[in-house]
Design a binder for this molecule. Structure first.
Ligand SMILES: Cc1cc2nc3c(=O)[nH]c(=O)nc-3n(C[C@H](O)[C@H](O)[C@H](O)COP(=O)(O)OP(=O)(O)OC[C@H]3O[C@@H](n4cnc5c(N)ncnc54)[C@H](O)[C@@H]3O)c2cc1C
Length: 626
């Protein structure tokens, strides 16, 4: 038997967003970690958009923070401007987002990795998964080195047999300027895994000095930023502006006339792309009735001459990209630093995973990030973190971390991945969460602090800090139960054009009115020694927002909480992995086929598998509860 060159508790293959979270959390939990990555200088690189967060994604970044991850902290260290999305809607669905300086982000991640004592970065390409006795035993690198480990986390992103398309030009690459990776796909296929092919695209990068900004609309961030991490003590944002342009029929006509040169339309690209994030040629084709599509100009780093053109993802030939864009006001003389492109890559349908992100077929092997068919930094980081925590829990022989759909977007994402067919890159949306009213950015601490404490993901001080904020929100709700006289309340109500009260009323009644904000009544609820100790003004503001949501949406929140209680027993009922669906009389053949393939861990998961009907579930329940 060949000898190993080095031994680690955990090896992470790939230093992208998933890999970094996985490696750092394992090291933080006390394990000896090897982070194998092709280019150590590319650790934490943002392949596409210079931003973190957004609708539902911002909530995930918050969840990563409470579960001991780093994305939120690094985003705060690198932000160029913050914007709370969905502000026109109720506070329950507000979502934080930030433009981020890509270079600073990458540098900060690399520093965290290099400062981490139990983490060794190994420059190399993982090409083969080594096994012994039905478990992972290590990984073989292209240079012939063999590294041993008890758990292996694979996070190869878009690199597996990656192929870039620009018009009819094809280049093998993991992303622009970086070589693809071969070997891991073939190794996984040999181990019995099924594989698929997906595609994603990115817009051109423009030379800032070639843009006429006076023809575009300036878009600034929030004057008062909302920090991502609970542990950022003071927040500074230079509030660098973005700009908005609008495509026009002249631009669209050039795209339409050349649509057959797009590999998406010529049939050159086999992989499926994301419907929700269409390329410009897709938009022009599918929404031909629209005369214009918004294009967002986002700076890639501070004082950079490089601009990311959000909304113009494309794989058209470079000359067509350029000539169509030059029809748009503001872009008449635009120059490219890099054209847009599409990339096809291998992924492994995630129904082959348990909710811990360990593979069902090979113990000790975890997959996380884009390799599981997702798209997005936040989705990748969240999976990396969960895979890392569970690899560590397996090593310690401790209870795994399994997140539920009612406590986190991360739980929703993982449950969707393992129970649904992944036909296109999976990205998180609020609409994917049936209990989205409960999954607020402002209550992430309340939802996950106990789980974080149980698995030792944060320090005692950090846990106490999170609990202080939860207590403050509760305290504010209690203070709002006190009654106040018309003399005190009405002057404030008149400012918001809300009807006066005639007699002393509990403040919470007034706060239930849609037009009334708790901000105006801050001095009523924060008095009386509320425990604001140690919380900065941003977090106190968040506790206020949370208290207001608890009061305003009390009825809806109660309804969703009651629903969760009702389906809890179904969700918790475990199905043994050796369960023989073949022997269950009365199951439809489609359900039988899906259940045998996916092997759900609980009855709850079984209910969410497409093709498994309510009648199949009742047949199965009878069997399981017998
Ligand atoms: C062209 C393009 C367009 C995109 N568009 C969007 C978008 O519009 N919206 C969006 O949200 N997201 C987009 N993304 C996706 C976003 O970049 C990814 O979802 C995210 O980076 C995935 O993180 P990851 O950690 O899984 O992989 P990556 O960030 O891809 O990192 C993979 C890492 O693994 C390393 N690696 C690969 N193979 C090996 C190996 N065999 N051995 C060792 N190391 C290896 C690589 O060097 C790299 O460091 C796009 C990505 C690309 C490339």
């Amino acid at each position: 038997m060949k000898r190993f060159n080095n031994h680690f508790d955990i090896i992470v293959a790939g230093g992208g967003h998933a890999g970094v979270e996985a490696a750092l959390i394992c090291a933080k939990l006390g394990l000896n970690v090897g982070l194998v990555t092709i280019d150590p200088l590319a650790i934490g690189r943002m392949s596409c958009n210079p931003s973190i967060g957004g609708i539902a994604k911002g909530q995930m970044v918050r969840e990563i923070d409470v579960l001991g991850g780093i994305m939120a902290r690094v985003a705060d260290m690198s932000a160029l401007q913050y914007k709370m999305l969905n502000r026109s809607k109720g506070k329950a669905v507000w979502s934080p987002r930030a433009q981020v300086d890509k270079r600073t982000y990458e540098t900060n991640i690399r520093k965290l990795v290099s400062d981490c004592v139990r983490l060794s970065v190994v420059r190399g390409e993982a090409v083969n998964i080594l096994t012994a006795g039905g478990s992972v035993s290590g990984v073989l690198l292209r240079d012939g080195n063999r590294l041993a480990c008890s758990s292996l986390i694979i996070t190869c992103g878009t690199f597996l047999n990656g192929l870039i398309h620009i018009g009819d030009q094809k280049t093998s690459a993991g992303r622009m300027g970086e070589s693809p990776s071969g070997g891991i796909t073939e190794s996984l296929i040999e181990l019995g895994f099924s594989v698929g092919r997906l595609k994603t695209g990115t817009p051109p990068r423009l030379k800032a000095s070639s843009i006429n900004y006076s023809a575009c609309t300036r878009s600034e961030g929030d004057r008062i930023p909302t920090q991502f991490s609970h542990f950022t003590s003071s927040i500074y944002s230079p509030n660098v502006p973005c700009y908005i342009a609008l495509s026009n029929p002249a631009c669209h006509n050039i795209i339409k006339d050349n649509i057959s040169t797009s590999p998406m339309f010529s049939g050159d690209i086999g992989g499926t792309g994301p419907r929700y994030c269409p390329s410009i040629e897709d938009k022009v084709f599918r929404f031909s009735h629209k005369d214009g599509h918004f294009l967002y100009l986002e700076p890639e780093w501070k004082d950079s001459d490089q601009v990311y053109l959000n909304g113009f993802s494309t794989s058209l030939p470079e000359q067509i990209q350029l000539s169509s864009l030059r029809q748009v006001p503001g872009f008449e003389r635009v120059e490219f630093l890099r054209p847009g492109y599409a990339i096809e890559y291998d992924f492994f349908p995630p129904s082959q995973l348990k909710s811990t992100l360990e593979t069902k077929a090979l113990s000790g092997l975890f997959l996380a990030g884009q390799i599981n068919g997702t798209s997005g930094y936040e989705e990748a980081a969240g999976q990396g973190l969960v895979a890392g925590i569970n690899a560590a829990m397996t090593t310690f022989k401790k209870e795994p971390l399994s997140l539920s759909r009612d406590t986190s977007y991360l739980g929703v994402m993982i449950d969707d991945l393992i129970t649904k067919d992944t036909m296109e890159p999976y990205r998180m949306f609020t609409s994917r969460a049936e209990y989205r009213l409960l999954l607020r950015y402002s209550n992430t601490d309340r939802r996950l602090v106990d789980v974080s404490q149980k698995h030792g993901l944060l320090s005692k001080k950090e846990i106490t800090f999170l609990k202080t904020k939860v207590l403050l929100a509760d305290e504010i709700v209690r203070e709002a139960s006190a009654s106040f006289s018309p003399e005190l309340v009405n002057p404030i109500l008149s400012k918001t054009n809300s009807g006066a009260i005639k007699q002393k009323r509990p403040l919470r009644e007034v706060l239930k009115r849609p037009s009334v904000s708790i901000e105006e009544f801050k001095s009523f609820v924060l008095k009386g020694g509320a425990p604001t100790k140690g919380l900065n003004s941003s977090l106190v503001g968040e506790a206020l927002a949370e208290a207001e949501t608890l009061i305003k949406y009390e009825g809806y929140i109660k309804r969703q909480t009651d629903q969760i209680k009702k389906v809890k027993s179904l969700n918790m009922k475990r199905i043994p992995s050796s369960f023989r669906y073949e022997e269950v009389v009365g199951l439809s053949s489609e359900a039988k086929h899906k259940l045998i393939n996916i092997k759900p861990e609980t009855l709850g998961q079984a209910t969410r598998i497409s093709g498994v009907t309510p009648s199949d579930i009742s047949v199965l329940s009878v069997f399981l509860f017998k």
